[in-house]
Ligand binder design. Structure first.
Ligand SMILES: [Zn+2]
Length: 101
């Protein structure tokens, strides 16, 4: 998946021409579930297997721009094509060097 025109905005934002509103999914990125029923669902990408990203649930402090792994929370797999804005998608939040465990 290539989204070469991502503008580099530090937080998730609506698509605008020519930026699709999200970067190419990579490990170390934090994404927020766009489903309004789970407004505080944040995940950090830990790897990929073909069609899916592996991700770990985290808490996210938007002011401090840091997150923390949720103890005992199960890692999950998300189809890579859901890592984009939309009601069934995810919103790009940030790229982090490490997530505290
Ligand atoms: Zn943009």
């Amino acid at each position: 998946m290539k989204t070469p025109n991502y503008c580099g905005a530090p937080t998730g934002h609506e698509p605008h021409d020519p930026c699709p509103g999200y970067p190419e999914p990579l490990a170390g990125q934090v994404w927020q579930d766009a489903d309004p029923r789970v407004p505080d669902r944040y995940l950090v990408i830990t790897g990929f297997d073909g069609t899916h990203a592996h991700a770990a649930p985290i808490t996210w402090d938007n002011a401090a721009r840091t997150g923390q792994r949720i103890k005992d929370a199960r890692p999950t797999r998300i189809r890579v094509d859901r890592l984009r804005p939309g009601s069934k998608g995810f919103r790009y939040i940030a790229t982090v060097k490490e997530i505290r465990t």
